[in-house]
Design a binder for this molecule. Structure first.
Ligand SMILES: Cc1cc2nc3c(=O)[nH]c(=O)nc-3n(C[C@H](O)[C@H](O)[C@H](O)COP(=O)(O)OP(=O)(O)OC[C@H]3O[C@@H](n4cnc5c(N)ncnc54)[C@H](O)[C@@H]3O)c2cc1C
Length: 365
């Protein structure tokens, strides 16, 4: 019998970071997560991009999120002696004249001064790229090596005896005298960070998750020599060095499977071929796919169950987990450990309790 104060379900980016911060706060934790189940963090590029989307909008809360993300990844690097955080220039190409106009407008907006750099005149970027409408620098971009982060933290928890690599069976979680029993564990709180796995979670499956499939390719191209930067030209191209590139990502809300598809690879390659000069042959080395835990209002799902206050959720990181997770973990732990209020924008209380309709077979859970 073991008595952690917290059980965390799901060992992706969210669950691993939460477990690490709780451990640092001196809280006994057991992390349960299956490495066999699909996992978005494992296939993510980990790109941190302050200006995204067709409308070139500054990421929600960017000025708060990014300093904390950088600090957290650096702290992990220092604690475990691994390289996780890679600041890198980002160059975004305009796709048409409207893009170029929009970019000019953003550049005149003082709110964008810390994220938009100089415009790059047409024809002065790398020869390999199609460049009819010019491009511009985006500042404060980076990528976090999420697979390595997971591997590092899971290994750490395995060594400490606090990680169980297994599938969590929701029906086996029972409430006894205000505590939660799960097999031989007894805990005060359970936190669910299951990514899209929350769709089968009987306590939280009422929240409006809208999974979005994403696919990425690892490419080799011996002839492409580019200055170190992420290039955003409809898709992003991230050079890893040694002629290896990561190309991503597709976005498909209709396919709920997490397997790579021929259509996904075709979309990515056709997109790359439309902006990379034809003499560069792209060889596919790997093909990854996963489901982003995206939400209807593009804000995370954080907080406690409306009728079971010791069951919590930390989910809904969507397509921006690398930027969001560190700061949101900080806010969630301030809520959990110090009783600080949650930002109403992220709190699941924004969904009315009347929509909370747990479907657990035993309604007392
Ligand atoms: C192709 C692709 C590219 C992406 N690129 C980027 C990017 O460049 N930048 C960025 O910031 N974000 C990116 N994302 C999004 C990013 O991956 C997510 O925001 C983030 O990883 C979500 O982390 P999570 O821990 O919430 O979910 P996950 O990583 O999915 O982790 C959830 C974990 O819970 C486990 N689990 C679920 N149910 C159970 C159960 N019953 N028992 C045990 N374990 C369970 C799963 O196996 C999984 O390991 C991308 C996503 C995809 C799919």
């Amino acid at each position: 019998m073991s008595s952690p104060k917290y059980i965390i379900v799901g060992a992706g980016l969210a669950g691993c970071l939460l477990a690490w911060r709780l451990e640092q706060a001196g809280q006994p934790v057991t992390l349960i997560g299956s490495t066999e189940l699909p996992n978005a963090s494992e296939v993510a590029g980990g790109v941190i991009n302050p200006v995204t989307g067709r409308w070139m909008i500054k990421t929600w809360n960017f000025d708060v999120l990014i300093p904390h993300a950088a600090e957290t990844y650096r702290e992990l690097e220092h604690a475990f002696g691994v390289k996780l955080y890679h600041p890198i220039p980002l160059i975004r190409y305009c796709q048409h004249s409207i893009d170029a106009k929009r970019m000019g407008k953003r550049m005149r907006n003082p709110r964008y001064a810390n994220v938009l750099g100089e415009a790059i005149p047409v024809g002065t970027g790398p020869d390999a790229f199609e460049d009819t409408h010019g491009s511009f620098h985006i500042k404060q971009a980076a990528y976090a090596d999420l697979p390595r982060l997971l591997q590092t933290l899971r290994q750490h928890f395995t060594t400490n005896g606090t990680f169980r690599d297994e599938t969590f069976i929701h029906e086996d979680l029972q409430k006894n005298d205000a505590r939660w029993s799960y097999h031989n564990l007894h805990a005060d709180h359970v936190i669910f960070s299951e990514g899209v796995g929350m769709q089968t979670n009987p306590w939280f499956n009422w929240l409006p998750l809208t999974p979005a499939k994403g696919e990425t390719l690892v490419l080799e191209c011996d002839t492409l020599n580019l200055p170190r930067a992420i290039y955003h030209h409809r898709k992003w191209l991230l050079p890893y060095g040694d002629h290896i590139y990561r190309l991503g990502a597709t976005f498909d809300s209709d396919d709920s499977t997490s397997e790579p598809t021929e259509a996904g690879a075709r979309e990515l390659l056709e997109s790359a071929q439309s902006f990379i000069a034809p003499e560069h042959t792209l060889k596919v080395k790997q093909h990854y796919a996963g489901l982003r835990p995206t939400t209807k209002d593009f804000r995370p799902f954080i907080g406690s169950h409306p009728t079971e206050p010791t069951l919590h959720i930390f989910n809904g990181l969507g397509s921006k987990g690398a930027s969001l997770a560190p700061e949101l973990v900080r806010q969630f732990l301030a809520y959990l450990l110090e009783g600080a209020p949650l930002d109403p924008e992220i709190d699941i209380a924004r969904y009315s309790e009347s929509t909370a309709n747990p479907t657990h077979p035993d309604a007392t859970h």
